[in-house]
Design a protein around this ligand. Structure first.
Ligand code: PNS
Length: 169
């Protein structure tokens, strides 16, 4: 199927780790744009569970089925990263109204910084609208079942990272 637009889009985020909600957005973004670059923010101040390299590896494992999806990382301004890739679209997902305020602020700031770059929002698939990386980590660390919330490779990584939490079978 041909993409709806010949634009190059960046899908930025922390992806610590990637969830099925992110993956759904990648799947839909890959159909909309000629190239979609999933870009991991390098930001040590957030004290992530996974390093940028680990997060990139996890992303690469799940996007390999999409020929027009690439994975990269960035630091500094997102719009500069977009320009470096000749991208004209920033793709973000909105799960609930609570996401809207922050997303609007970011979109308006990015537009001010670079008016030629548009932020495009996709509404989350309702099946994933309650999922966040933060909640997945919390539920997993408390011994809860996260099946179906993250790709199986990510669940395996979480188990490796927090092995003492793996239930005995
Ligand atoms: O997954 P997240 O943590 O919600 O992603 C936030 C992200 C990476 C999109 C945002 O923090 C970002 O774009 N950071 C780059 C810094 C920047 O460009 N700031 C100015 C515009 S808000």
């Amino acid at each position: 199927m041909l993409p709806a637009s010949s634009s190059i889009a960046i899908y930025p985020g922390s992806f610590d780790p990637i969830t099925n909600g992110h993956l759904d957005l990648i799947h839909r973004g890959a159909r909309l744009f000629s190239k979609l670059i999933v870009s991991v923010l390098r930001n040590d101040s957030k004290e992530p569970l996974f390093s940028v390299e680990e997060r990139t590896e996890m992303l690469l494992e799940v996007v390999k089925v999409y020929p027009n999806v690439e994975v990269d990382s960035f630091h500094g301004l997102l719009v500069d990263h977009a320009k470096a890739h000749s991208a004209t679209v920033l793709l973000r997902g909105i799960r609930a109204i609570s996401d809207y305020e922050f997303e609007l602020q970011m979109a308006l700031m990015n537009r001010r910084l670079s008016p030629g770059i548009e932020t495009i929002f996709l509404m989350s698939n309702e099946a994933y609208s309650f999922i966040s990386s933060r909640l997945v980590k919390q539920v997993f660390s408390l011994g809860g079942d996260i099946t179906g919330l993250v790709p199986p490779t990510v669940e395996a990584r979480l188990r490796q990272r927090l092995p003492h939490l793996t239930k005995e079978t």
